[in-house]
Design a binder for this molecule. Structure first.
Ligand code: ADP
Length: 456
């Protein structure tokens, strides 16, 4: 008698396994029952194969078994299983009898010997997929009678079915192999693409590198040319201005002699003309001197004389000397007292020259208001600002006023050479600082000299 299962077990079919031919029948019926309860094709073949293996084993070992197919509900997970019990006709050789190899056991979910109430069965089961149609009691009854009606086919039929399954399995293996080959080919293709891209990128990188190297070489050459041009310009300016200084000084001296009261008296007209000669010559001398200064600064021939200085006496001196220039009645020159300790490491003469230049410009270009010099210390820097309430400079010309000979249009009538600011900036750079301007037309200008407290 077969072992009765847990609640929910519904036997579907029973049959006897006694002779070799029954193995085929068990296999065939196994597949039919599996299909009927909704197992997928692969699972039908699996359970049928496991069944025929176990059946063959039991036939040899104990001479046969009673086979029961049933549907069982898993009490824990509530899942439905197709269960096949094979009750041996004689006791199994010993308790440790294991009718299955590992490979066979893997074909089903469970396979093992089960003992209960004196009966021992070999039991295998396979889960019915959740997608399978629900089996109502009516449908189960129908299945039972269908399965009972179906006459088992011959061994040959089952062999043919088994062959067909083998061919299908082989086909599947072949198509998987073909897919693998296609994938491999695609991978090789991708690899070739990646390599080509990599090569192309490497080439482009090398090309770019060559371009950059060439550009740098050109840049080096250009800056060498520029340096050479600038040096020869400075040399030319220095030579020319030096050569010009002597004759211009002579003209000024001769003019003074002619004008001297000890010399023969000049007619009014002659005196006026000599006066013109003298003032032109002295303008010329200013220009020549400025040119010479600039050329010297540019060619690096000015060596700052570094010393720890006090800004207060420097400011005091500027206040004294420039007051004489600030002759316009509506313009006040204010030189603020620098905050103590007003010390700084720099070249006093060069710094005074820069500040004088900026103050002089302020006085020149301011008609009303004031020109102010003030010093402010921030951390390790001094800010010396010269601000005025004069004409101001349009923002787009802030860079140009530091170019040699550049004068803002309209400023020329005020006089000057256009060399003061480039020279001042040169000197400040030599002193390790910077010279910047901020200005708006009609609102005045502020020139800021920033210098490191400890020198360059
Ligand atoms: P210069 O004063 O001899 O003309 P600079 O190099 O000192 O030459 O100045 C260049 C130009 O910058 C000046 O001609 C003038 O147009 C402008 N500039 C300089 N300082 C001021 C200022 N404080 N206010 C207005 N314009 C100025």
């Amino acid at each position: 008698m077969p072992v009765t299962g847990p609640t929910g077990t519904a036997p579907l079919l029973q049959m006897a396994l006694r002779v070799e031919h029954d193995i085929f029948v068990v296999r065939q019926r196994g597949r039919e029952v599996a299909a009927a309860v909704g197992l997928e094709h692969q699972d039908q073949v699996r359970i049928a194969t496991a069944l025929s293996e176990v059946a063959r084993d039991l036939l040899r070992a104990v001479g046969g078994a009673d086979v029961t197919f049933a549907l069982a509900d898993d009490a824990v997970h509530g899942r439905r299983h197709l269960r096949v019990d094979l009750a041996p006709v004689r006791p199994l050789p010993d308790d440790r009898y294991e009718p299955q190899s590992g490979a066979v056991a893997r074909l089903v979910d469970k396979l093992g010997v089960v003992t209960g109430e004196g009966d021992t069965v070999v039991r295998m089961s396979r889960r019915v997929p959740v997608t399978a149609a629900a089996l109502t009691p009516e449908r189960l009854a129908e299945l039972r009678s269908e399965l009972g009606r179906n006459a088992p086919g011959s061994a040959l039929d089952e062999l043919a079915a088994q062959n067909a399954q083998l061919i299908a399995a082989l086909d599947e293996v072949r198509s998987q192999r073909d897919e693998l080959a296609v994938l491999n080919e695609e991978l090789a293709e991708t690899n070739r693409g990646v390599m080509a891209l990599y090569n192309q990128l490497t080439e482009e990188l090398e090309e770019t590198n060559r371009g950059v190297v060439a550009l740098y070489a050109e840049l080096d050459e250009k800056s060498a040319q520029l340096r050479a041009a600038s040096e020869s310009k400075s040399r030319f300016l220095a030579n020319v201005s030096h050569e010009l200084r002597a004759p211009v000084t002579a003209i000024i001296g001769l003019g003074r002699l002619l004008d001297d009261s000890a010399s023969d008296p000049l007619t009014t007209e002659q005196a006026r003309q000599v006066g013109l000669i003298r003032s032109s010559a002295s303008d010329l001398l200013t220009l020549v001197n400025e040119l010479l200064d600039l050329a010297k600064a540019e060619s690096g021939r000015i060596e700052p004389d570094w010393a720890e200085i006090d800004l207060r006496p420097v400011f005091g001196q500027l206040r004294g000397t420039l007051r004489a220039l600030a002759t316009r009645p509506g313009v006040e020159l204010v030189v603020e007292e620098p905050p103590a300790p007003a010390t700084l490491r720099t070249d006093e003469v060069l710094l005074a020259q820069v500040l004088r230049n900026l103050l002089h410009n302020g006085i020149k270009f301011t008609e009303h208001g004031e020109v102010r010099l003030r010093a402010e210390r921030r951390d390790d820097q001094w800010s010396l600002t010269v601000s005025d309430t004069g004409a101001g400079i349009p923002p787009e010309l802030h860079g140009r006023i530091f170019e040699e000979f550049y004068q803002v249009p309209g400023a020329t009538r005020i006089g000057g050479t256009g060399l003061g600011l480039p020279y001042a900036r040169r000197l400040v750079t030599l002193l390790g600082g910077s010279l910047l301007v901020s200005s708006e037309p009609g609102r005045g200008s502020t020139f800021t000299v920033t210098l490191p407290v400890g020198g360059a």
